[in-house]
Design a protein around this ligand. Structure first.
Ligand code: GMT
Length: 381
């Protein structure tokens, strides 16, 4: 198949899923055309049948806000015609689904048929998308997609309850490349971070409010009073300054390292003992899956789709959002002795294997076939 892929190029989970899926599909022999405004972070490899098309936006003094959606739509039209796309797959509804609909209409006027699949990833539904500034467009674009997928059952439920959706939604979960994400021998690195063999706790995110990174620091503070430990905070974002202030208030700065945005995340995860994901909402929790694949158990909130990934008492534990005492107690119960910790580490990998890319990618392929055959989403009224 010749597939166009529209995504955000940044460290966000939707861009990672889009590029990793594109890579897996191109390895399988499909022609993939990634369309976005800058080279995606994870698109750092060569594949003979994967191309990147940059959306360029001419500057003009009249524009206070650049009309990105218009430029994206034009680029999709161009790529669809010249690369003879069979199908377009857009990741994250805003503004990609409405741009895809517009491109489809333009192409139709030129006698070209291009069905499109919209994958909803999370905050496009649970947070930003339901804002009245976006809701009518998101609803319309979802209802006019030729295929709609969500990354968890929880996000599917949220989509139906937040929007007036007439289409059927297919759930296809996030996935992991277990060849890349595996525990690697990085003893020198472990020694540098934890010279006295402290336990290493880790959190990665974009440090947005919804991630509740302050809870990570509070949990760590309680854990480190019982167990010698270090905390690695990976990523960056709007809450960073507040998080640093909290570390200072709690007097825990010496045991916490801010590593910033990191690309070889699997190398860092390889030396870690526990991942903390206390998110307010989380449609799936790709960052936790990456940790689990590197044999790092997870202490998480029980929000959104996280319970579909993190199995209570097996790959880690789940607590109510904001219950830092419960999270800390459960973290201590995992970290307290080597045999318990090793059991949770093995279980984390067992759980991660359920989301192996080699099992999930074919679900997208089958779904594309269904869309191309014209019997994917439309619910007869
Ligand atoms: O908020 C983020 O972490 C980024 C966001 C995105 O759309 O880029 O991530 C969402 O998509 C990921 C991939 O499908 C999911 O694993 C994340 O759970 C989801 N984030 C939220 O729901 C907050």
């Amino acid at each position: 198949m010749r597939i166009g892929v529209v995504c955000y190029p940044t460290f966000g989970g939707s861009g990672v899923v889009a590029v990793e899926l594109g890579k897996a599909l191109s390895d399988k022999g499909h022609d993939i055309h990634v369309i976005t405004y800058s080279q995606p972070v994870r698109l750092d490899f060569f594949s003979a049948n994967l191309a990147y098309h940059e959306v360029t936006i001419p500057k003009y003094p009249l524009f206070q806000y650049v009309p990105y959606e218009t430029a994206l739509t034009s680029k999709v039209v161009d790529v669809a015609i010249h690369e003879k796309l069979d199908l377009l797959h857009v990741h994250y509804a805003i503004p990609h689904a409405s741009a895809a609909f517009m491109a489809q209409q333009i192409l139709r006027s030129k006698g070209v048929n291009m069905p499109f699949v919209t994958t909803l990833h999370g905050t496009d539904i649970t947070l930003v998308g339901k804002d009245p500034s976006y809701e009518p467009v998101v609803t319309f674009a979802i209802n006019n997609s030729d295929g709609v997928t969500t990354v968890s059952e929880s996000l599917k439920r949220d989509t139906y309850s937040n929007f007036d959706i007439k289409n059927e939604i297919e759930v296809i979960p996030n996935f992991i490349d277990l060849k890349r994400f595996s525990r690697k021998p990085k003893e020198h690195f472990k020694k540098a971070i934890a010279p006295n063999n402290e336990r290493i706790v880790v959190h990665t995110s974009n440090f947005r409010k919804v991630k509740r990174v302050q809870d990570v620091v509070k949990v760590f503070d309680k854990v480190s009073k019982e167990i010698n430990a270090k905390l690695l905070l990976i990523g960056d974002g709007p809450e960073r300054v507040k998080i640093e202030e909290l570390c200072r208030e709690l007097g825990s700065c010496d045991d916490i390292r801010f590593l910033g945005k990191q690309e070889a995340i699997e190398e860092i995860l390889s030396v870690c003992d526990l991942f903390i994901m206390p998110s307010e909402t989380e449609s799936f929790g790709l960052a936790a899956l990456e940790a689990m694949a590197c044999q790092v158990p997870v202490i998480s909130s029980n929000s959104g789709g996280i319970p579909e990934l993190n199995q209570e008492g097996f790959s880690g534990y789940l607590s109510k959002v904001g219950d830092v005492n419960d999270m800390a107690q459960k973290a201590i119960s995992i970290l307290k002795d080597d045999s318990t910790l090793n059991m949770f580490k093995e279980n984390a990998l067992v759980q991660a294997r359920k989301f192996d890319v080699n099992q999930i990618m074919p679900l997208y392929e089958q779904y594309y076939q269904k869309v191309l055959a014209g019997n994917s989403v439309k619910v007869s009224s």
